[in-house]
Ligand binder design. Structure first.
Ligand SMILES: [Zn+2]
Ligand SMILES: [Zn+2]
Length: 341
């Protein structure tokens, strides 16, 4: 792209777009979207077959892309957030305050001081790499769960996370409907959780051990992105139950997380795994048969689907909360209100 001698802004725009769509570790790669689409088509076709209906391409298409969702105001804001995250996210709130490398070195140093010098393993190289890959993935999931849990339980943080829950329809683009302040807290919590895992791993195996990754994304996470992560933000009821439902966060698990039913509030905070929810008592395993759900914190409030409502209002509401001046009708503590998600 540099060869084309494009103006800096255009080159940056195109580079970000190609990373989004083509980087193998991207959360919105065309390969992962293609896999999600193939699974969705197979699922809808199988459901029609199960109910004795003919498998017609047009009917499948209508089931996957209903006009109700495509042309909703909620979907419009999701798309603006996608554009924001791709082109501005890294420049604004995407940076870390806490240095991952600094923390990793600190953990290694502390372990060395307590238990002696760093070990030098004689194991074949793939063993420590595989162990570190699993450790970093679990640390990512734990960091995700913790940030998400705090975002539901701390009223100030809820005001920013609320944006994600104001979505009234779910599509893979809804995954990007997260306020920059939420992202800011998330990347810092993630820096801590993954640095601890990396520090311990490096101490155990020596500093040459590093994870298996595709374009800097943990390979296990890439596998999940290519299987069911996109389907979590769809309205296809694909549940995992039994033991599987206690370990993995199926699409239905996350749809329950967005539900307006009070029985579902503050449940299923994990990303790919249900494991941490199971351990910390926030798990709701969805039933095999579809549960009738509706989505959105306040489905009648159209202002949440405007630029001002989705980007600026959270600051105003959070500031009012700090001053103790949030209007009376505003649902106050997340324990009762916020958890509409
Ligand atoms: Zn969601
Ligand atoms: Zn949430």
């Amino acid at each position: 792209m540099a060869n084309l001698d494009l103006p800096g802004g255009v080159a940056y725009f195109l580079n970000q777009l190609s990373l989004l769509l083509f980087a193998p570790g991207s959360h919105f790669s065309l390969t992962s979207l293609g896999c999600a689409l193939a699974i969705a088509v197979a699922f809808v076709a199988w459901q029609r077959h199960r109910h004795g209906r003919r498998i017609r391409p047009r009917a499948i298409l209508r089931a996957l892309f209903p006009r109700r969702i495509l042309f909703s105001a909620s979907n419009f804001i999701d798309l603006t957030y996608l554009v924001y995250h791709v082109f501005l996210g890294g420049l604004l709130f995407g940076w870390m305050v806490i240095s991952y490398q600094f923390l990793t070195n600190g953990i290694i140093g502390a372990l060395a001081a307590a238990f002696g010098p760093t070990a030098h393993t004689t194991l074949p190289a793939f063993v420590p790499r595989a162990v570190i890959t699993v450790m970093l993935f679990l640390a990512y999931e734990l960091g995700y769960w913790l940030n998400h849990y705090l975002s539901h339980r701390v009223p100030f943080l809820w005001e920013f996370h609320r944006v994600h829950h104001t979505a009234t329809v779910l599509t893979p683009v809804t995954n990007f409907r997260v306020h920059p302040v939420y992202t800011f807290v998330f990347v810092n919590i993630l820096a801590i959780s993954t640095a601890i895992a990396n520090g311990i791993g490096n101490y155990m195996f020596g500093e040459t051990a590093y994870q298996y990754a595709l374009s800097d994304t943990n390979i296990i996470l890439v596998i999940f992105i290519h299987t069911y992560v996109h389907l979590q933000h769809t309205e296809l009821w694909i549940p995992f139950s039994g033991t599987l439902g206690r370990v993995f966060m199926s699409p239905a698990h996350h749809q329950v997380h967005h539900s307006t039913n009070p029985a579902h509030f503050n449940k299923n905070m994990g990303s790919c795994l249900a494991l941490w929810d199971w351990m910390f008592g926030t798990l709701y395993v969805p039933s095999k048969e579809p549960e009738k759900l509706s989505f959105g914190v306040d489905p009648d409030d159209q202002s949440v689907h405007t630029i001002a409502g989705a980007y600026l209002d959270p600051f105003v509401r959070a500031a009012s909360l700090v001053r103790g001046a949030l209007p009376k009708q505003t649902p106050a503590p997340p324990l009762q209100d916020a958890p509409k998600a």
